[in-house]
Design a protein around this ligand. Structure first.
Ligand SMILES: *Cc1c(COP(=O)(O)O)cnc(C)c1O
Length: 463
């Protein structure tokens, strides 16, 4: 009989995070300040606590996970590794499909992994309040959950289109003691400015980030910091517990090798969390296809420019070397709110430049079709973001069938969709459009960042 769920005992939970910065064949380009020079850690101090800044710039390969963080993670970790036998059977594929089930966390996605870690490090540093942004509401929920357990105040700026589409997310944040505000809001200078210029804007993650940073740095008591749910090195680091657990679980399942790794990618954190420990294997010579999947409505990896660009709309963050559609880009209002971000994590971007990753894009109609097939075979209802990984997994499983190869596929089931049923309703009613952007629309936004410092393409040429 085939085991459908592979559990890891709590005592075998990974005790260290894996830092890909230590093993990148060519290092990530440094973030730049307003003067075009590399920033120093103290320049980030008004925004992040120093202990997290140290992690952000660390090149240590392994970083210990504090015991108190593990104590909280045990509530749902180690998460199960599952095998999608029912989907395999439906597709009649020789491929074995495994997935890491991050939907079992209290807030329903992988984001709780870094929320707990970030809240804990901020508390250690003496911080009393965190501000943040949220797209679909997953990150705001996760941080509210973590702040409540650790004893911090939490204020969330939620992208307006999602705030309107998903009102129950606000209730979720409030249940854990968080505050949730629709962004752009009249609470910040940048919010007021954008509301004046584009009163009916759907908002974007870039705008919400600007508002949350402005709010944090304006608190003169020095007791407020900002927290980001993706993109940054330390966030990706905290998520590597996913891939490290998966490695141990695949071994328990008797798998010697993985052929394909897949994750949806908004800012890159759940994808990186699952894949980075396997990227190390690839650097060391193992043959693996590693695929980050994005929406065709926000195609920074497949159609964006590798450039220095800001992480937010107002240009308050340092310039980061990354694949970007331009920081002013406002993506169409697709339901996968967590994938509506204009840039990709610098560490993931550099791995793409190296040729270690092979990004792909799907439109939301194809993704919802895949989500429905998943629900009808495996039974669970996935987050709209996760459906991008499932669409790619189905394609890869069908390719294995064509080739007659018994491949092993692993993907990240980043979250459940039980708070996102509006998107399903609209899809079922035939009201969703694919939202494929034209090259012209993309060019308009990218042209605006062409004056930014050039990000040099550096690669070893091995992949
Ligand atoms: C936020 C989110 C994503 C996208 O963010 P990443 O940082 O790219 O992982 C994907 N899936 C779910 C369920 C999310 O909540």
């Amino acid at each position: 009989m085939i085991e459908k769920k592979i559990f890891l005992s709590e005592k075998d939970i990974p005790k260290q995070w894996y830092n890909l910065m230590a093993d990148m064949p060519t290092p990530v380009l440094p973030p730049l300040g307003p003067d075009g020079k590399p920033i120093t850690p103290d320049m980030l101090a008004p925004v992040f606590p120093m202990n997290l800044i140290e992690q952000e710039v660390s090149t240590d390969r392994w970083i210990d996970i504090p015991e108190e963080i593990l104590e909280i993670l045990y509530r749902w970790r180690p998460s199960p590794l599952r095998r999608a036998v029912y989907l395999e059977k439906y597709l009649q594929t020789p491929a074995k499909i495994y997935y890491k089930d991050e939907s079992v966390s209290p807030a329903g996605s992988h984001k709780t992994n870094t929320a707990v870690a970030q809240a804990w490090y901020n508390k250690q540093f003496g911080i009393k309040k965190l501000t943040t942004e949220t797209g679909a509401g997953q990150w705001g929920s996760a941080l509210s959950f973590a702040c409540n357990l650790i004893g911090l105040e939490c204020k969330v700026y939620m992208v307006r289109v999602s705030f309107d589409q998903k009102p129950l997310r606000k209730a979720m944040m409030q249940t854990w003691g968080g505050t949730c505000i629709s962004s752009p809001s009249d609470k910040t200078e940048i919010g007021r400015k954008i509301l004046k210029e584009i009163p009916d804007t759907p908002g974007s993650l870039g705008i919400a980030i600007s508002e949350a940073i402005e709010d944090a740095v304006k608190d003169k008591s020095g007791e407020t910091r900002y927290s980001l749910g993706s993109v940054l090195n330390h966030v990706l680091l905290h998520q590597t517990i996913i891939g490290l657990e998966a490695k141990k679980q695949l071994e328990i399942a008797g798998e010697k090798k993985v052929d394909v790794i897949i994750g949806c990618a908004g800012g890159g954190s759940n994808f990186a969390g699952l894949s980075f420990p396997f990227v190390l294997d690839k650097i060391n010579g193992t043959k693996i296809d590693i695929i980050p999947v994005e929406p065709e409505a926000c195609p920074k990896m497949t159609k964006g420019l590798f450039s220095y660009d800001f992480g937010d709309c107002a240009g308050m963050t340092p310039l980061m070397a990354m694949y970007s559609l331009g920081h002013g880009f406002i993506p169409p209002p697709i339901h996968a709110g967590g994938l509506r971000y204009h840039g990709m994590a610098p560490l993931v971007s550099q791995a793409i430049v190296e040729g270690l990753l092979a990004p792909r894009a799907y439109n939301q109609v194809k993704c919802y079709e895949s989500a429905l097939l998943w629900a009808k075979t495996e039974g669970t209802i996935c987050a709209p973001e996760t459906s991008h990984a499932i669409a790619c997994t189905i394609d890869e499983a069908l390719k294995a069938k064509e080739e007659g190869k018994e491949k092993t596929i692993l993907f990240n089931y980043s979250g459940h969709g039980l708070m996102d049923l509006l998107g399903y309703e609209r899809f079922l009613a035939g009201k969703l459009v694919p939202y494929v952007l034209s090259s012209e629309e993309i060019a308009v936004s990218i042209d605006k960042i062409k004056g930014q410092p050039k990000a040099e393409i550096r690669k070893s040429g091995k992949w």
